[in-house]
Design a protein around this ligand. Sequence first.
Ligand code: PMP
Ligand code: GLN
Length: 375
Amino acid sequence: MSKLPNIGTSIFTLMSKMAVEHNAINLSQGFPNFPVDERLTDILSRISKEDIHQYLPMSGYPPLLLKIKKLVEKGYQRNIQPETELLVTAGATQAIFTAIQALVNSNNEVVMLDPSYDCYEAPVLLCNAKTVRVDLNDDYTPNWERIEKAFSSKTKMMIINNPHNPTGKTWTESDFLALENLLEKYPEVVLLSDEVYEYITFGPKHISVHSRPKLFNRSMVVSSFGKSFHITGWKVGYLVAPEHLMVEIKKVHQFLVFSVNSISQVAISEYLDLVSVEELGTFYQEKRDYFRKLLQNSRFELMPCEGTYFQVASYAAISSENDVDFCKRLITEHGVAAIPISIFYADAKDLKLVRFCFAKDNTTLEEAAKRLCAI
Ligand code: PMP
Ligand code: GLN
């Protein structure tokens, strides 16, 4: 008997596989196709000959922990204790899985907002707990009335994702004030804040849970170097949590991975001295603007994109198919892969929306846009 009867293969695997099979341009799964900074690959080749190939301490490479501390301090003026409040993880996915496994009990409920990223549901179900999925408003702002209704005495955790995958929406000060007001009424509830696109925003600066002292004592904030340094395949991220939560999270982490691979931690640690994460927003804003310009004469209607490297577009003017069928046909007939938005919802929705990843070199974006404009 399956422990996860309703969980299939992730849409990212399915669409990327189909893109390869049909030799399509892959704007589905979110990963950059441009070269990694040579300074990083230079560090990698040099340190690979050094004595760094054995287990690192469970929480992470100590110099890296100190550099993450400084990053959080500089970006958000939050002072964290690396020994007790910080954990390097095998990507954000492992951070999220581990936090849920460590803190959610059977029969608890976890509130999350749809459309929601696909890695939150399974770890909750594996705890024998339940997800309570609440639709965002049509403009992807949180609907506080619906969210409050979803809370109950069983609620253990709320998961938020800002900047938001797949919609590119970012949270405002008033969203956070509403969240703080709500959580004040539920002292037992912990907050899991997925902020992997924290440096990829195009309007006002990202508001992080790191800058919300009212939330510190109950929150886990998750980051990913995969997104920030264009190295999604390295699978290195980190989680910040207050000590009383981190103690529990580390109990799971030590038996899930024990420690994260050494060479990438050492490389990232050195690279953090050379790189500025602040440049990432401008870099991707140019990509977003270029991609939107390339598609302006297409029949796709482009939705607002305030952050992340995803552009949501409506194909309502092109086809009445459901989004999964449309995405399949987009690959087989037009040579471009995208992600259907309906898969991010618990309830089947007929939205006619797809997500394109614009973290690609300009030649790829130009060729993809040429194909999309021809539809
Ligand atoms: N959360 C969100 C919202 C994501 O988009 C992703 C991956 N793209 C992850 C978590 C997982 O990040 P990682 O690859 O570091 O595991
Ligand atoms: N987060 C990436 C996306 O949204 C996918 C990562 C994965 O395939 N698990 O496209």
